[in-house]
Design a protein around this ligand. Structure first.
Ligand SMILES: Nc1ncnc2c1ncn2[C@@H]1O[C@H](COP(=O)(O)OP(=O)(O)OP(=O)(O)O)[C@@H](O)[C@H]1O
Length: 562
């Protein structure tokens, strides 16, 4: 089954793969002629004076030359094709990953996905180019050599042929451990990549808690585990190779014994003896390669299963194309919305909430009350288990995702910035945005002043996840990106949590203009930000427990100011 899937993987490349396989067949055919010439040479030396030895040797040199030239062409083509397959697979995996729901990433370690997306394609490509293409030439080599041997001594050739199933059983016995070992080694490798990945992103915490030594030890244990699995795997492969070689030597000794009797008994000529032996020796090459097919297939099967699992993961969008939602006014309705994360108690327990277009609503409640979970339903980062979320009366689960998300901006609690310039980070909010629009958004997010003071201004590179900016600066850049999008619905999760008081005051003063003509959901506990709201909705344990309208909100503002 998995083998069929592996063949399926190679199908798009059938033409270049066939060319490589054809070249290998040609190379094998040329190589098959060499032992025959060896036999002719022996005949010339021992019995047949009519044979021109120099001519035979010249023919040997020519065949070796052609074989080498073919080997060069084949290897180059194989390398090119292999690189193509690796690149295509990586792209397919990456593109597929882009379309997976956020839930997929929450359930997995980033390092697992990373190691899979980058390294697994190499195993699969090696299988397609190295193993699949060599199958036919190797079978041809075995068949060709056996045919010549059968023409000289049919019985002995039959004995050699009988060795094949014996060989196969031996390989299966040793190889039985190879597949689980490959899987374990791959998991250990993922684990190692995950450890480095996590360590790098946790570096400030590692340093602050002086955990460098523990981290190094944890890495060492994982690296050691991978080492021992790889050593075991290489050991098994070496055992396989040694068994093959010893089997071949044993077969040769038996053949020598049997052939020797025939030659001394006069039943076989010296040249036939040499030809037979040379073909028997020639056979060890394709035999070993065919044995390698076993190990390579085991390895590729594991990779294929993981690839199947990944491509089996459904993307975010509906199976059939959904209609675009059209320009959003911003009327939001949550209708009896329930949601439980896998293996957890309910995060939302029947939320009913209507937010008319243009309103600014502050969403408050204790940590873990379900605020972020609720707003995540708007962009369909998650889907409710029960209930409906509507925007302008349309159930968001029925519309085209892009059209929906293009009109909603979310500024999450965790600031997410790319390792790029400030300009590029802000411009990420809107495709094709010009410098003037970027600067305007930066002004509204209170970012322009600090950006202008940086030596490289908007061209300043912010480092991984914005590490070269202060927390508040990074938050302002992220806010500018959200504002640049000019969305119909703006969701701000604690937008000023890291602002200094002056910055927050300035933001609040400007925010009224920025919030006009759009629906804004402000998740906040900060009194200053609360003052911006027309209404304050309180969530507790996944339910709306208070919904205070404009007047109450205004009195809250007064209280706050007082
Ligand atoms: N990915 C997740 N997997 C499992 N449980 C989750 C996940 N995300 C959130 N939760 C849980 O769901 C509940 C609601 O979380 P949510 O993030 O919506 O709270 P919140 O009101 O935004 O809290 P805060 O004020 O701390 O931001 C919490 O109990 C939390 O532990």
């Amino acid at each position: 089954m998995t083998f069929t899937r592996l063949i399926g993987l190679a199908r798009p490349y059938w033409l270049p793969l066939s060319v490589v396989s054809g070249l290998l067949v040609l190379r094998t055919s040329v190589a098959l002629g060499i032992p025959w010439l060896g036999g002719k040479f022996a005949a010339g030396v021992f019995s047949d004076r009519a044979i021109d030895l120099d001519l035979v040797l010249l023919a040997v040199v020519v065949l070796f030359g052609v074989r080498s030239a073919l080997a060069y062409v084949t290897d180059r083509r194989m390398a090119t094709l292999s690189a193509r397959i690796v690149t295509d697979l990586r792209q397919r995996i990456f593109t597929h990953i882009q379309n997976l729901p956020l839930g997929y990433f929450r359930q997995r370690r980033q390092g697992d996905i990373l190691s899979f997306a980058v390294y697994e394609p190499e195993h699969l490509s090696a299988f397609a180019t190295g193993t699949l293409t060599s199958l036919l030439p190797n079978i041809l080599a075995v068949a060709g050599a056996l045919a010549v041997m059968a023409s000289i001594a049919p019985l002995l050739a039959a004995i050699v042929l009988l060795l094949v199933p014996l060989f196969y059983v031996g390989l299966r016995l040793i190889g039985r451990r190879l597949r689980p070992l490959s899987v374990e080694a791959r998991d250990a490798y993922s684990d190692l990549v995950s450890t480095v990945d996590e360590n790098l992103s946790m570096m400030p915490a590692v340093k602050a808690f002086t955990r460098e030594v523990d981290e190094a030890e944890s890495y060492r244990l994982r690296a050691e585990r991978l080492r021992s699995l790889e050593v075991e795997r290489e050991g098994l492969t070496a055992l396989l190779n040694a068994a093959i070689q010893f089997g071949a030597v044993l077969a040769m000794v038996i053949l020598l014994r049997l052939l020797g009797d025939r030659v001394t008994g006069g039943a076989m000529s010296v040249s036939d003896f040499v030809t037979f032996l040379l073909y028997a020796a020639f056979l060890t090459g394709p035999f070993s390669s065919l044995a390698g097919v076993w190990a390579a297939t085991q390895h590729a099967r594991g990779a294929m299963t993981r690839l199947d699992d990944l491509f089996g993961e459904a993307g975010e969008g509906p199976a059939i194309a959904a209609p675009a939602i059209g320009p959003i006014r911003g009327d939001i309705v949550f209708e009896d919305v329930h949601l439980a994360y896998p293996g957890r108690a309910s995060a939302l327990n029947g939320v009913d909430l209507r937010i008319p277009a243009g309103q600014t609503v502050a969403l408050v409640g204790a940590n873990g009350a379900g605020k972020t979970t609720l707003v995540n339903l708007l962009t369909r980062f998650d889907r409710p288990d029960r209930g409906v979320v509507r925007i302008d009366g349309t159930d968001v689960s029925t519309v085209d995702l892009r059209s929906l998300r293009e009109q909603i901006a979310v500024l999450s609690q965790t600031v997410l910035l790319f390792n790029a310039s400030i300009r590029e980070n802000i411009a990420f909010g809107l495709r094709g945005a010009g410098d003037a629009a970027i600067e305007d958004a930066a002004r509204r997010a209170q970012a322009h002043a600090f950006v202008s003071r940086l030596p490289d201004g908007y061209d300043t590179i912010v480092g991984d996840r914005g590490i070269r900016l202060s927390g508040g600066q990074a938050q302002r850049v992220a806010l500018a990106r959200a504002l640049l999008k000019d969305p119909a619905i703006l969701v701000l999760d604690e937008p000023t949590a890291m602002f200094d008081p002056e910055g927050e005051d300035a933001f609040i003063a400007d925010a009224r203009a920025a919030f006009a003509d759009r629906t804004v959901i402000l998740i906040t506990h900060r009194p200053g930000s609360l003052a911006l709201a027309d209404r304050v909705v309180t969530l507790s344990e996944g339910k709306v427990v208070a919904d205070e309208g404009k007047t109450i909100a205004l009195s809250t503002r007064r209280e706050v100011r007082a």
